[in-house]
Design a protein around this ligand. Structure first.
Ligand code: AMP
Ligand code: MG
Length: 345
């Protein structure tokens, strides 16, 4: 195994025939690293059962060693080889939402390396809804550990250019598959206890989980006090400039921002509708509030754009009624620097 890689092989996804997929799978199995597309964000993959390969992920990303990784599988059957028990609720969630943007936490079998789990006795597993990724896992014939394909602390990569900027020359292979379809990371649900609990919100939201399981599915941090998911304690998704998240009614946020002075180093990020309403302010628009998926898809790219344009102060405008998954990523981008406007009605 070479470490660090001398060069990075880049493969456009449309160039990958079955023979090439098998070759990449074999290289992954042997311990090389490859950036793979998934439906959520790009992942930096390695053989999830080989400690030396997993170590390369931490080195390439600069990720803290106690922040565990998700194992990606190509079928529910492959889960049985890495976990000790699958609760009825977990089975229901797998049947309903896999393949898809839902990660489940199970008790791990002894042979799952500590390097994957950060020393925990549990392991995170997901079956992604991306045909090419499923073929790659099948070709590798092992679960692939794959955290988001960004340098630690930066926004997750949702475009090939993000992957290239962060990891070219630091990994063995990159697959270029254009833009990530969803744009934010998977929902994480802890299935190790008697009752499932949400560790990280995502596109599959609390209401969807509760409807399927016919019971309350609380946020773990609300019920257990200390965060159970090690990743939540780290700064995440942060652009280089200072970010303030402004949460309130459009007019209130506008009054607050209109009183500020703007130059090229200060910028507002807001929905298309907010931008249209206040054309005199320097707004970089996200998607439309009538399609939150479009906002999820563009959020990280827009935060990275602020770095490219050397913006030093960013006002991120959102509304308290927006999906929990979006507000969570936005709060992290703002390093929890949030200005909330009380409703005066
Ligand atoms: P990433 O793959 O970078 O999106 O991060 C994976 C997320 O899953 C992080 O927030 C981790 O802390 C969380 N995670 C992974 N494994 C576990 C585990 N065994 N228990 C709890 N959380 C986990
Ligand atoms: Mg990440």
């Amino acid at each position: 195994m070479k470490n660090p890689p001398e060069r990075t092989d880049i493969y456009p996804s449309e160039s990958l025939d079955d023979a090439r997929i098998l070759e990449i799978g074999n290289r992954l199995k042997a311990g090389e690293t490859c950036v793979i597309p998934t439906e959520t964000v790009y992942g930096l993959a390695a053989n999830g059962l080989l400690s030396a390969a997993i170590q390369k992920i931490y080195t390439a990303k600069g990720r803290p060693a106690d922040n565990p990784l998700i194992l990606h599988v190509d079928s529910p059957q492959r889960v049985q080889a890495i976990v000790t028990d699958i609760s009825d609720d977990a089975k229901t969630l797998m049947r309903t939402f896999w393949p898809g943007p839902l990660t489940l936490i199970f008790h791990k079998q002894a042979h799952v390396p500590d390097a994957v789990t950060g020393g925990l006795d549990s392991v995170a597993v997901r079956m992604p809804a991306h045909p090419l990724t499923l073929k790659l896992i099948q070709a590798a014939d092992v679960p692939l550990a794959a955290p988001s394909a960004n340098r630690s602390g930066r926004p997750s990569s949702t475009r090939f250019s993000h992957v290239y900027d962060d990891l070219n020359g630091r990994v063995d292979m990159i697959i270029d598959d254009g833009d990530s379809p969803i744009g934010i990371e998977s929902t994480v649900v802890d299935c190790t206890g008697e009752h499932p609990a949400i560790l990280r919100p995502g596109q599959i939201d609390q209401a969807a989980l509760e409807m399927v399981l016919k019971k309350n599915v609380p946020y773990a941090t609300h019920t257990h006090g200390a965060p159970k998911s090690p990743g939540v304690k780290y700064g995440h998704y942060q652009p280089k400039g200072d970010v303030e998240l402004c949460l309130g009614e459009d007019a209130q946020v506008h009054a607050y921002l209109a009183a500020k002075e703007f130059d090229a180093k200060r910028r507002i990020i807001a929905s298309l509708e907010w931008a249209d309403q206040y054309p005199s302010l320097p707004v970089t628009p996200l998607g439309s509030i009538h399609d939150f998926n479009s906002i999820m898809k563009t959020l990280y790219a827009t935060l990275r754009q602020m770095d490219d344009e050397k913006v030093e102060t960013i006002y991120l405008v959102a509304h308290p009624s927006w999906p929990e998954s979006l507000l969570d990523r936005m709060k992290k981008a703002a390093n929890h620097h949030v200005k909330t406007f009380e409703n005066e009605a």
